[in-house]
Design a binder for this molecule. Structure first.
Ligand SMILES: CSCC[C@H](N)C(=O)N[C@@H](C)C(=O)N[C@@H](C)C(=O)O
Length: 349
């Protein structure tokens, strides 16, 4: 089934006849239009339309798989109104402001508006072969950039300069950074999202680098923690515990395993090392058009892994005022197991 056919089936289950798609990633996913934030897609029983404005006439014609109507609101809403009379029209409750909903109500008085959640994000969890290739390409670039930057992670260098080098190499390769680059050295490693600062890396410190490439709209996500010189016995022990949890969780990735079970597996190992409380976030998340998307690998998750999903496995341990470790791989769920897409070396500490 095509993505559109799957969406129509999901709309039927949700009890809506039409769907107003306003989430930028969903607009891109369904239409192929790469400036999703400046577009909307309307799916009705009669077809699909991409609405965007005249800044994108040429681009939309080149990129969009669905017919386009070029206008700005409210002309877009007026254009759609006659076809929606008497229909139950879904909107994406998580990506529409109250003001935008009021506008839909004002211009579509004869439609019944119904809030929906997750119709497209559920579809997006399982990647098409083209999407898998796009994430694979993004990760391969991130691996090349990390290999180029690794030698500069040494005592006397500022975290910021490591991040700038990563950013510059990604940009020169036609990509961009998927998120603000995390370079957290020494005690700053205790911050899971310690974005690069002016701090100078010291001898004997661990440095956590969390980076991703966004290439052709698709993201990668990987973390390595490296040692500069010889770390303290305490931090070396923490590193080995996190590595043990990470490798065990990656080994367990296969279809039918739940996100909650994987999280529990890694958390259990860290708890055995006295680091359960120090693992301050979930084990992982899906990656695709967004860095964070479904499925979720956390204790409260009901997501089950299926072939074609791409997830991160990223346990960490964070000790305030001391330091921290996170090790993260990007993993594709295959028909009978998994393939690790991130290839950067995990160094022995
Ligand atoms: C702001 S993007 C940061 C990307 C980073 N690689 C990452 O995913 N960090 C995780 C610790 C994270 O934020 N996990 C989320 C899903 C969570 O635990 O809530």
């Amino acid at each position: 089934m095509s993505q559109l056919e799957q969406l129509r089936a999901a709309m039927g289950r949700a009890g809506v006849d039409a769907l107003w798609i306003s989430d930028a990633a969903n607009v891109r996913y369904l239409s192929g239009f790469t400036s999703g934030k400046d577009g909307k897609v309307l799916v009705t029983p009669h077809g699909e339309t991409l609405y965007t404005d005249a800044r994108y006439t040429v681009q939309a014609a080149q990129e969009s798989r669905v017919p386009q109507f070029i206008a700005r609101p409210p002309a877009t809403l007026e254009h759609a109104a006659p076809g929606l009379a008497g229909l139950r029209v879904g909107f994406e409750a998580e990506s529409l402001t109250v003001a935008e909903l009021e506008q839909l109500r004002a211009f579509w008085p004869q439609a019944t508006l119904v809030g929906t959640a997750g119709l497209l994000s559920d579809l997006r969890m399982v990647k098409t072969p083209d999407e898998v290739q796009a994430v694979r390409d993004a990760q391969a670039l991130a691996d090349r950039v990390f290999a180029q930057v690794r030698p500069m992670i040494r005592a006397g260098v500022r975290e910021l300069d490591v991040a700038l080098e990563i950013e510059s190499l990604l940009r020169r390769a036609g990509a961009e950074s998927a998120f603000e680059i995390i370079v957290a050295s020494g005690p700053r490693g205790a911050m899971p999202h310690g974005v690069a600062s002016e701090r100078v890396i010291g001898d004997g410190e661990l440095v956590t680098v969390d980076m991703g490439a966004r290439l052709n709209g698709y993201n990668s996500d990987m973390t390595r923690t490296v040692a500069v010189g010889t770390p303290s016995p305490e931090m070396a022990r923490v590193y080995r515990a996190v590595l043990e949890a990470e490798e065990a969780a990656v080994r367990a990735v296969r279809p039918g395993v739940s996100g909650a079970d994987l999280d529990a597996l890694a958390r259990g190992i860290l708890t055995g090392h006295g680091l359960g409380e120090a693992f301050a976030h979930s084990l992982g998340h899906g990656v695709g058009l967004m860095v964070h998307e479904g499925p979720s690998l956390r204790g409260s998750s009901e997501d089950m892994l299926r072939p074609g999903m791409i997830v991160t496995v990223e346990p960490g341990a964070y000790l305030p005022d001391v330091g921290g470790v996170r090790i993260e791989d990007l993993v594709l769920v295959t028909g009978d197991g998994h393939e690790v897409l991130s290839r950067s070396e995990k160094e022995a500490v």
